[in-house]
Structures are given as C-alpha cells and as structure tokens.
Design a protein around this ligand. Structure first.
Ligand code: NAD
Length: 464
C-alpha cells in the first residue's frame, strides 16, 4: 500500500506516521518546514511568547511572594523571537526524526494532484517529478483571512504570522478580531508593554465561548487596561505618522503603530489540482469530506483545517489518524462529541461540549454548577484566584453536556470533563470521585457538586 500525504502539519504528519505504522509505504510532500501552522506560526510559537509574558507577569509580582529582586527586569522581544525560533527548530527536528524512524519519505516542494493517484512535485530548484500512490491524503491547512479594509502589507498591517517575528515591541497595537488569536496576542503584547486596543464586530470578546466566560475575560482585559471596542468594524485605514490611522465604522479614528488582523482563516484548497480530479469543495473553499475523511473522489482523503471543520491542531491529528486507519484497512469514523479547546489568555480558557446558549437553543433541560477559583486554597497559594468552572449537565440524567473553565491551568483541567463527556459520565460520577487536595482540580468536583447545590465550599444560599 502506497500513501502520499500533501502537507506536513499536525494533520499530515500524524496521518503519515499512522499509515507507516500500519505498514504502508508513505511519502510526505511539504513546501515549508515540517509542523505546519501549528509549529511554525501558530500553537507552539505563540506559547513561547505566552511563557515569556507569564514569567514577566509573575516576576513583576515577586514582592507578593516574599521574594526580592536586586535589579530590574525588562522584555527583549528580539531575544524572545530567537527563543521561539529555537523551540520551532527543536520540535521540527523531532518530527523529522519520527518520520524517518518509521521510514516515511519527505519530499520538499509544491505538490499538485494530477490524477486521483498521482501528485506532481515542483522542487524549490524548479525540477519536477511525479509520484504515484494508491491513496492520497490532503492536509494543506489554512491561512489568515484578509478583509478589504485591511489588506496585509507585512509591515504595519499584519497577520499573526508577522506578529510572531516583530523585533521591537510596538508602542500601540490595534487588534482586529477578539477571537482566539486576537485575545491571545492582546495579553501577550500588553504584558510586554504595548498599548492594546481590540476592535470586535460582535457584541463580546471570544464570542464562540460560553457567555459567562466572555464576561469574565472582558473583566480581565479591563484589569490589564486592554481596550475592547465591541460591535465595531474597520472601514478604512490610511498611513499616518509612520504608523496607521484606522477609521472605524462608527466614524471614530484610532492611531496605531501596528494593526494585527485576526478575523478567522481561509482554506488552502486552491492551486493543488482539486479541479483536475473533481474533488468537491464547499462555498467557503473547504474540501467536503464524510466522517471517514473521504472526499468525493475514491482513494482521496482530506484532513485538518482544509476541510473547514474545527480549526484546531488536535482535531487535525485525530482526523489524520481516522483517514490513515481507513486507508490501511481499519474502518474508523470521526466523533466530534468531546473536542476540548484551550485559549492561552491570562487567565486561560478551557472548554468542551455544549455552551449554555446552545442547550437553550436546542430546548434541552439542563442544570448548571459553578465554582470560583477564589474558593480554592491552591489558587490562593499560587496567587491566581480569578475565574471559575462551569458545568452544564442534562436534566434529569445528570449526564455532563459541557464544561467551561476560565482560570489557572484551565487548558489542562478541561480534560477531566472531556473524558466525562466522551464516556457519557454524570456529575455524580465526578462528585463521587475523590480529588486530591490541594489542587485546582478540586474545583471541578465542587462545580459538579454545585449542580445539585451540594458544593462543600459554597456558603448557604439565602433568598435575599
Ligand atoms: P476566530 O474565529 O476565533 O475569531 C475571529 C474574530 O474576529 C471573531 O470574534 C469575529 O467576530 C471577528 N471578526 C471577523 N471579522 C471582523 C471584522 N471585519 N472586524 C472586526 N472583527 C471581526 O478566528 P482567529 O482568532 O483568527 O483564529 C483562527 C482559528 O485558529 C480559530 O478557528 C481558532 O480556533 C484557531 N486557533 C486556535 C488557538 C487555540 O486553540 N489556542 C489559537 C489560535 C488560533
């Protein structure tokens, strides 16, 4: 069995490894360093920035921990970028090593499908070769979307890609879009010292999250003096004083040194030969696939962002595994019931399953349990008491439908709820499980108890 994989991001390289482990002869075609958006300009590089920003924030609070710093501390963005590049290099080497150990061939160049079994590769030196295989997996990913009022110029109007390579901290940064990327960068650049303003078209920050999570995040933005303008759009920009003057749809003007546009992503489905073989695309340019990750053309699969589903690295990898299993003889289907997501704001957000509004819209009977981090001893010891845990459970079964956390280590804590949802567990299964003390995870048990008003560390509720 020969398998060709187009793209070496978390969808492509995981599909390649899974296929190779099942005995397939695998070739990966990639036109940039392995690791895709996730490793080269997404998840991992932003987390190196978050790590620097968090360390800076904690160092600024040393006094509160009874520690004295003899000297000063200041961020050096150029060195932060250097460290980011080192981390990328190390990880890329790891992925290359893994692929090599399983005998996967790596071909550098642009691949174009010329038939359902053939890919033509144009190498960086212009030479061409065609490789044949029994199955193809397309994993070409996505890129930042552009809006007409804000065409990227790579200098003043930038995407998240360039925001990870600035060597100087911008004095004033305007971020368009208060989604995942916009909010992560807002906290990073604010901590580094920039004046940050976010312009969001919808009425709240992180509008895809549960509304209570948005409310708490908005409070945290305010605490950090990050300005959030909601229900606002950008109508025009003009160069101004070495930077940019931005005209908002309500007529307001804002000046900034950099404008970071983070309004979603579009799919890398053009110029890869889909029309040559008749692979069907949707209205947004996404490749249409079924639950086995098969496209409309037999033998051709697609996984990850390019399929336009949930744009997360771990979803791409899960889809890559499903495609590889189907190709190598084990029927497998995607199950999106419990997909956790993590946003690395300050504090972090972790969520999985249904939001409260979704349960209302679907007319589901539900109960909610909440627990604040400030009621946990461990959170006080860490001096990280902002945020809360919210659990939504089905009524009367008690089955967990969704969990939403904003607070310290939310990105790790959310996985207890993900397992619970996937396994069909109830709030009683969680509240009946002894959780270690002192930990942040105790908050999950208490939120589960709170669904029935039984949380030990919540005071008696009075009518008044
Ligand atoms: P997003 O969809 O999360 O947010 C885009 C935001 O921009 C939305 O709030 C939207 O209302 C707003 N918007 C759209 N057009 C606008 C306009 N003209 N003016 C003002 N606001 C506008 O998209 P993103 O932040 O660009 O992230 C892209 C994808 O990458 C997401 O799907 C996300 O899941 C993924 N991602 C995930 C992580 C993570 O998991 N930690 C991190 C980064 C990116």
């Amino acid at each position: 069995m020969r398998v060709s994989v187009l793209g070496a991001g978390p969808g492509g390289y995981v599909a390649a490894l899974t296929s190779a482990r099942s005995g397939a002869q695998v070739t990966v075609i990639h036109d940039e360093e392995v690791g895709g958006t996730c490793l080269n300009r997404g998840c991992i590089p932003t987390k190196t920035f978050v790590a620097s920003a968090e360390l800076l924030a904690r160092t600024r609070k040393l006094g509160a921990f009874g520690l004295e710093l003899n000297g000063s501390i200041a961020p050096n963005l150029s060195k932060i970028v250097d460290r980011k590049n080192t981390v990328i290099k190390t990880q890329a080497k790891g992925i290359r090593g893994l692929l090599k150990s399983w005998g996967v061939a790596l071909k550098s160049g642009r691949g174009v499908l010329i038939s359902p079994t053939e890919i033509e590769i144009t190498a960086p030196d212009g030479s061409r070769e065609t490789i044949a295989s029994d199955n193809i997996i397309i994993a070409t990913g996505s890129k930042p979307s552009e809006i007409p009022a804000l065409p990227f110029d790579g200098k003043n109007i930038i995407s998240s890609t360039e925001a990870l390579d600035l060597r100087e901290i911008p004095g004033r940064i305007l971020i368009v879009g208060a989604g995942v990327i916009g909010c992560e960068f807002a906290f990073i650049y604010r901590e580094l010292g920039s004046e940050v303003t976010i312009v969001e078209m919808l009425p709240r920050a992180v509008p895809h999250e549960d509304h209570e999570i948005s409310e708490i995040l908005e409070r945290e933005l305010k605490k950090k003096k990050i300005k959030l303008l909601t229900n606002a759009g950008v109508s025009k920009t003009v160069p101004h004083d070495g930077g940019i003057r931005v005209l908002l749809s309500d007529g307001k003007e804002l000046d900034a040194d950099k404008v970071l546009v983070a309004v979603g992503r579009s799919f890398n489905s053009d110029n890869i030969g889909l029309e040559n073989i008749g692979v069907k695309k949707g209205s947004r340019g996404e490749i249409i696939v079924n639950s086995r990750m098969q496209t409309s053309v037999p033998g051709v699969y697609a996984v990850g962002d390019v399929t336009g589903g949930i744009l997360l690295a771990h979803v791409a990898s899960a889809e890559g595994i499903v495609a590889a299993k189907n190709i190598t003889g084990n029927t497998s289907e995607m199950n999106y019931l419990a997909v956790p997501s993590a946003i690395f704001t300050s504090p972090e957000i972790g969520s999985v399953g249904m939001r409260e509004q979704e349960a209302r819209d679907k007319d589901i009977s539900f109960r909610i349990g909440r627990f604040p981090f400030r009621a946990l001893g461990k959170a006080h010891a860490m001096d990280e008491i902002s945020g809360m845990i919210k659990i939504i459970s089905d009524e009367p079964s008690g089955r967990i439908l969704g969990a939403h956390i904003i607070g310290p280590h939310a990105s790790d804590l959310i996985h207890e709820a993900a397992v619970a949802i996937r396994a069909g567990l109830t709030v009683k299964d969680i509240s009946g499980t002894i959780h270690a003390h002192p930990t942040l995870a105790e908050g999950i048990r208490e939120a589960a108890e709170d669904v029935f008003g039984e949380a030990v560390h919540v005071g008696k509720k009075t009518d008044e």
